[in-house]
Design a protein around this ligand. Sequence first.
Ligand SMILES: [Zn+2]
Length: 567
Amino acid sequence: MSKNTNAGNALRNTTRSTSIAGLIASLLTASLLATSTLFAPPSSAQQDNCFGGNDLALVNGNIHTLDESNTVATSVLVRNGEILHLAGTDYQTSSCTDVIDLDGRTVIPGLIDNHVHFVRIQNRPGYDTREIESTFSTAEVLATISSKSESVPQGELITGIGGFITAQWAEGRFPSMAELDQTAPDHPVYLSAFGFGPGQTNTAGRDLINSLGGKVNLDGSIASREDTALAYEVLAASIDDSHRERQLADVIGWANKVGLTTVMDMSGTVPGVGFLDQRTGYNPIVKMARENRLNLRTRLYFPALDEDAELSQLQGRLDNSFNNFGSDMLRTVGIGEWSVGRTLFNQQPLSEAAANAQRRIAERGWAYHQHLHSPEEFDAHLDIWESLDPEFDLSSLRWTAGHMSGVTPELVKRIVALGLGIGAHGQPILRPSGDAGGPPWRTIIESGAVALGGGSDGARISPFNPWSMIYYMVTGVNAQNKLVNDGQQITRQQALKLYASAQQGWFTGEDTKLGGIAIGRFADLVVLNKNFFDKELVPDNEIRSMQASLTIVGGRIVYTDGTLAIP
Ligand SMILES: [Zn+2]
């Protein structure tokens, strides 16, 4: 029998209370029980007492909590999906604790995308290959497709649609039809930049799309816009909900692999590849959540696209949806990224109809996240928000200005004065050079805003991969290797905080649970495959290929690369 005391075991044997009084009582009990040994293998009798499942301890690590004082802990204990304990030195574990020895590895909180069009990826035809976003030469594209083909049934279509441009590849072009034929001889392949083209197929891909009524050129190329839209239309015609579930599960597997544990979803309002049916489009993800098969926390914002004063879509949503309802894995959280259609949105100052839409969202107490780029767009919305704020306290409703690429320092001050959140998204990373750079990261970070959140706006006009965004924040360099956001670069620590600190919880009203690593918060943790904070080990260019070695969502291991011993 060991002399070690054990708080974790004592808590299990008494109550699950995490109150201070409960903790003290448990510690007293622990000294009497003294039943456990560090790393001792449990007997079956002991295991039987592990009510509610084993705890999980990560020990001997560098655990970056991303709290205000940048605390780095060496161990963390997880119970019932939440962080139970953090320690500067290793603490004793019980027979009911699964222990993972990190051997000095770097741990960060799970990454959170503040604005992404995740659910609509279910509608991509074939087997979506998100990894193509993070390739930088045609050789890497081919290697990625080759590796994907090993897990895709023979004859099935492999796709890479949106989230990349050909200019990010060293050769500045698609792999040729012959190269794709050689790489994937048993699969049709279809790649499409941005999601609106241009595109490229292999021979089987060309023949498949043409046989369905599409328009692919002899060399496998597909022109942007019209022909690309047609290719999507003919390929997507046969998609059903089992396809959508499989696609979501695949993309979640990839997301967990790059360390994402939560997404704030902005639905889909663009025809074709950018669309999500508001009546039936959420059925697959709801089913997955009900069946406990969702490994990525998803927070849903609903769009409204009314173009007249009736605002019937918005009103229908406000009247018929439960605000802030769901489980820890899937919740409805707000209206966004549109409150009216594009025609009304583009009238600045805002029309009475658009202003009324803002008022109705506030009256019903919903959170709201609005797409804003140009100074005129900000100015028009801030005018209305400033007039509504005395009545509704928009900060308490978690209203948020999203995107931020065209914001000026003066407009940032107006947002901060209202106490609104700022969702800063590296969406311009794929834009042709000459366009505006990204959000003014540095200005935003120094603004004193109540909450800052990083995101991608992926996975169509920008990449979904959080490490592409973090690279862009840190370097100011876009996908074409051009320095476009000079003077607004931020440190690696600041960039990570935008993606993973407790501030991300503000946006969805989950201030006490979501983001960061601290006692009582969701146990969403990522063991990185390399020490991101070491610039020699991970030069700037390699930030984009960072991955997880282990990803944990709600205390559950959802991804491992096999390099850590898992009990
Ligand atoms: Zn968006």
